[in-house]
Design a protein around this ligand. Structure first.
Ligand SMILES: C[S@@+](CC[C@H](N)C(=O)[O-])C[C@H]1O[C@@H](n2cnc3c(N)ncnc32)[C@H](O)[C@@H]1O
Length: 297
């Protein structure tokens, strides 16, 4: 077995998903541990929140330099040093003790709501009566169901999706929202992402969950012409700001749009774009330091 590399990055815990996304995009990254969590009976008893551990199979370019550049880009987009955390980095070569197994040990069944559970594909789980389960192997894609931003979109889908709706999932990552939409009764789901590495992961997850009537592809919302009953977009606030008009364009006149990926302190940026596009907020859902909106035309 080849050795692997462990990158440890000191971050503000609020930045976990953003930094993970950067690692998956730039490195030969096979997994991240957002916070090493210890659980007892599904209750977290300890966490190393604030240190992101990233597992790399090889090193092509200098990850420390890449992270420095990416941090500067985020600063130029308005993030402060305090919001970002120091991003102090350590890089260690480790003997391969099947790191993927180690990473997988940390992930267990996530009960998102009373009725929805996300189950890692390597765990056997017997659902409760009427419980919807999504079986996932996130591979290198974001969307394990453990992150608040994903859960906020899942809650919006549970609350507002009507049976027979057509759904678009912009920035589908692992495909988790599309799969949930189908299991909640959507007629069809369309998912796209601008990261080509996630497309096969989402397709594989669709297969594992035996959903039909789906299409996952490498695309962005501005290229779409069809209109949907329900659109979800769990993407960073600055991307939402840029693409709000494209998201509006793919909503049916009586359609709904669930917006997530928004830190409380960045909500004004998204609210400005909602106003700019003349969209109306019909619900606001929060979880910890994250906020999400459901809007209509
Ligand atoms: C936070 S993840 C969300 C994944 C999944 N939908 C979930 O809710 O867990 C955001 C995803 O959006 C993708 N993304 C970022 N900017 C995008 C854009 N402009 N158009 C489409 N996808 C984008 C990223 O590659 C990433 O997979």
């Amino acid at each position: 077995m080849n050795n692997y590399y462990e990158l440890k990055i000191s971050i503000n815990p609020d930045m976990e998903d953003i930094v993970s996304d950067i690692c998956f995009t730039n490195f030969a990254c096979e997994g991240v541990v957002l916070a090493e969590e210890t659980y007892k009976d599904l209750i977290m008893t300890a966490t190393t929140e604030g240190t992101l551990k990233v597992f790399l199979t090889e090193i092509n370019e200098n990850p420390i330099e890449i992270l420095k550049t990416e941090r500067e880009i985020l600063k130029s987009r308005g993030f402060t040093d305090e919001e970002l955390g120091s991003w102090e980095v350590s890089l260690d070569e480790k003997e391969n003790q099947d790191w993927s197994k180690k990473w997988k040990e940390k992930w267990t069944v996530t009960h998102v709501t009373e009725k929805i559970a996300v189950v890692p594909s390597w765990i056997e789980y017997t659902p409760k009566e009427n419980e919807i389960t999504i079986t996932l192997d996130p591979g290198c894609a974001f969307g394990t169901g453990t992150h608040q931003t994903t859960q906020l979109c899942m809650k919006a889908l549970e609350k507002y999706l009507k049976k027979g709706d057509s759904v678009a999932d912009i920035g589908m990552g692992s495909g988790i929202l599309s799969i949930l939409a189908k299991k909640l009764g959507a007629k069809s789901v369309y998912g796209c992402d601008n990261d080509e590495t996630v497309i096969d992961v989402a397709k594989e997850n669709a297969k594992i969950n035996q959903i039909d009537n789906y299409l996952f592809e490498l695309k962005t919302a501005d290229k779409l012409t069809e209109k949907y009953d329900f659109v979800c977009a769990n993407i960073l606030h600055n991307v939402l700001f840029e693409i709000m008009g494209d998201l509006k364009n793919i909503m049916k006149d009586d359609g709904k749009l669930s917006l997530s990926g928004i830190l409380n302190e960045k909500k004004d940026i998204v609210l400005e774009a909602i106003k700019r596009e003349n969209l109306k907020i019909i619900d606001t859902i929060s979880q910890d330091q994250w906020i999400s909106y459901v809007v209509k035309k």
